[in-house]
Write a protein that binds this ligand. Sequence first.
Ligand code: GTP
Ligand code: SPV
Ligand code: MN
Length: 595
Amino acid sequence: MEKNQKLIQWVKEWETRCQPKSVHWCDGSEKENQELLDLMVQSGAAIKLNEEKRPNSYYFQSDPSDVARVENRTFICSEKEEDAGPTNNWCAPAEMKEILTGYFDGSMKGRTMYVIPFSMGPLGSEIAHIGIQITDSPYVVVNMRIMTRMGQQVLDILGDKDFVPCVHSLGAPLQEGQQDSKWPSAPIEDKYISHFPDTNEIWSYGSGYGGNALLGKKCFALRIASNMAHRQGWLAEHMLIMGITNPKGVKKYIAAAFPSACGKTNLAMLIPTIPGWKVETVGDDIAWMKFGDDGRLYAINPEAGFFGVAPFTSMETNPNAMLSCRANTIFTNTGLTPDNDIWWEGIGYDIPEGTITWTNEKYDAANRKPAAHPNARFTAPAYQCPAIDKDWENPKGVPISAILFGGRRPGTLPLIYQSFDWNHGVFMGSIAGSEVTAAAIGLKAGVRRDPFAMLPFCGYHMGDYFAHWVKTGVTAPDSSKLPKIFNVNWFRKGSDGKFLWPGYGDNIRALAWIFDRVEGTVDAVQTPIGFIPKKEDINIAGLDGIESKMDEILKVDANEWVAECDLIAENYGQFGDRLPKEMTEQLEKLKARLA
Ligand code: GTP
Ligand code: SPV
Ligand code: MN
């Protein structure tokens, strides 16, 4: 049926290797989707949720060992080890392929092999890229259908052109007569999330969860795409994209890089608490950015859905996310109520009696086990977001006026600061860090450096990645049109251990200052680390008890920053001579300003 010989050959090769009982080419239709969901309900893998409360939505519980990305089982298999850099696990491509060929041998026995054609970016757009994922997980198929543009139209556009081949197996072959488990997957030591940047290939084995298995997302749109972007001169980033309109009706777009579970979805969908401002959502996780003909940097969201953190999402904190997942949504690892709806910690109302936890036990407040896993997620179509921007699928993208970095920093970092210039902004990105979250398995608690929020997603040497950002500033068609760069921290804590800043919808108060800085309509205070707001320029009208905390919220403590410089230097050490001299210079200048 298809003209693409490479595709046909490749599917054949993997069918022979994995030995599925059948092969199904996904057309992306409603009918196909329903059949797969019905199949999973019948097998006990899925529960159909209450049609009245949660139309056309389904509930899944993963295996307790397969709940998030596995960074220590994620590999960048570049030809040269030095090209993967010190922040990635590396294995020679030939060696990894040999190991994995062993694993994939017969790995789909007793299962159907699905072939999923998908486009990252609007169908047919010049900026979009096509991938084909092979998988033996019907759960992956129904998720990919929400997260990407998927199906026959993609094959039509592909024709005989090239694609990114993405292979995925749960690593749980079924023997004759063997009863399937609810969430098949392989033990942690057998999981391999492998990327081959020199040949643009992805081989993922052993996990069915999120970024490990929905290969269009982190594996393609970030790890492989960051390599493509490095070679071709554009940017593939772990960033939300949002539009902000001020009370005068002026609209600007910004992009923001925060590490996993640090507030991108929430910021992208924010409902402003100060009158007259409006926020619209373009994307909540990934941005691909290129310069346009007018010399400005343009961003597209390569995804078509949200794979959002469920816990603490509520009508109070993020109504647009709640409304995005009101129907046609897949819920994974939340709690399940007796009337077949979902529940999670922080959803905004009490847990109904008789709720079942993500580990399929009756909820018991006494044993302190949460109903939802902290990394429980909803998979919802982006078009269902009430705040979706009218240009969210514009193939040209939206022009970016400001870039934000951030993370969970209980100390040291003020609510906002602005860089002095582009390279100082790159420096700010390079020193970003955060307390770790539940979005990945097996990380040591505490603050870790997460440059540009790309630590788990940069598919090449992090030092070269910093250099790529420096070069982006140098080669920009018009440096006066480069986005302004800021760092934000919603997570500073007071001596009582509580967040000082209210966050969520009130983050518009910080965004308003950023907006005005970009417009050039507000002054700032120059500090050794960058420009911070004058206290009176942050609108805190209507916020109780904040006034007395503002000094602490905006504080830049020279002693804390001297200690921070030591940590930065220590982290920089690993990059050796691939650390751009511009970054060393920035660190030296910061130290001098602090002295
Ligand atoms: P990924 O999908 O993993 O990349 O995460 P994300 O960056 O999109 O994070 P998300 O917006 O889903 O937020 C993760 C958690 O942080 C949720 O539990 C939120 O409730 C919480 N959070 C988000 N924004 C804020 C904020 O401004 N203040 C506070 N205190 N918590 C926040
Ligand atoms: C993240 O961890 O940054 C996510 C979720 O967005 S996952 O798709 O699992 O990577
Ligand atoms: Mn993410």
